[in-house]
Design a protein. Structure first.
Length: 317
């Protein structure tokens, strides 16, 4: 156990496998103790058949949370052991069902006696322990079903790495990065259009001098993302969120979210009531980001972009 004191929670999987191996080893010995020729790994599928009767491989797999190939292999092994068999006389000929044999039914009765002793033994461990492992497992299963360990680690990684991201105001030295990042993003999914070149070739005249703002995301002091707040001459909207692009080499650090927040906060400081954006529904991560920022779909507006098939707005007041 000294190893796990050194590794910490990183070795959770290894520690659980070690505990599982100990329990499984004892389980095999317990079957021998009761003179039952049985493999511990068969138990979930065997239990379902003993309790519910005949079932298909798919039904068993769904019931016990195993893959169909895994269940098929277990059924093959139990068939070889004479515990289960296919029911060729099933009323529904399209369903390949399996059920317990006479020997399987007899073994089921023996295992029920064994299980009562095992339950008492496990209860004794629970009474001696400070924590109820059985209840804790159920709680962990529920929590991991709601949000997997992978997703939780992914979120922590993004949170940690996002702290190394700086959002700064645009300067002339970022002009090439502003164009390159946007051109790379647009060209990956669509094609550059005339309206793109107007903003990217001269962002100072097209965006900044007209009362807009541009933000640049720096990671390790390198520009890796950009986003603009463009002043609009429109009766409904004060500004447009546009020209957001993040380098595909550096995604997964909440850069889009940080840029979006910077643009929204700037619009509020400028006294904007509503801001507008245009996008494409094929860009699901982008649409999810806009919705997370609070944008909602609007319809009936014209657009200079061929690639635009969704328009959204955000009310700031």
């Amino acid at each position: 156990m000294e190893l796990f004191e050194k590794t910490g929670k990183m070795a959770l999987g290894s520690r659980l496998r070690l505990l599982t191996a100990k329990v499984t080893e004892d389980a095999a010995r317990i079957y021998e103790l009761y003179n039952v020729e049985f493999s511990p790994k068969w138990f979930p599928a065997f239990f379902v058949l003993s309790e519910d009767g005949e079932k298909t491989i798919t039904e068993i797999a769904n019931e016990i949370g195993h893959s169909q190939p895994s269940v098929s292999k277990i059924i093959q092994e139990m068939t070889a052991a004479g515990l289960v068999q296919e029911n060729r006389d099933s009323p529904d000929k399209r369903r390949n069902v399996v059920g317990l044999t006479i020997k399987g039914i007899e073994i089921s009765g023996q295992i029920k006696v064994q299980c009562s002793d095992v339950d008492v033994a496990i209860d004794s461990i629970i009474s001696e322990a400070r924590h109820n492992l059985w209840e804790a497992i159920a709680e962990w299963e529920f929590l991991l079903e709601q949000k997997s360990l992978f997703r939780r680690v992914q979120e922590q990684k993004k949170l940690r790495e996002s702290k190394d991201v700086q959002i700064v105001a645009y300067e002339d030295k970022y002009q090439s990065a502003f164009r390159a990042l946007n051109e790379e993003w647009i060209s990956t999914y669509f094609k550059m259009e005339e309206a793109d070149y107007k903003a990217l070739d001269n962002p100072k005249a097209y965006i900044l001098d007209k009362g807009g703002e541009i933000f640049v995301a720096l990671y390790n002091n390198e520009p890796v993302g950009v986003c603009s707040l463009i002043k609009m001459d429109d009766p409904d909207y004060d500004y447009e969120l546009a020209k957001m692009a993040v380098s595909p080499k550096i995604q997964g650090k909440s850069i889009g979210w940080l840029l979006g927040q910077a643009v929204v906060n700037a619009a509020k400081e400028l006294g904007a009531a509503k801001i507008y954006l245009e996008s494409n529904t094929a860009l699901k991560p982008a649409i999810n980001l806009y919705q997370k920022l609070g944008f909602k779909k609007v319809i009936g507006r014209s657009t200079p972009y061929e690639r635009c098939n969704i328009q959204m707005e955000l009310e700031l007041n």
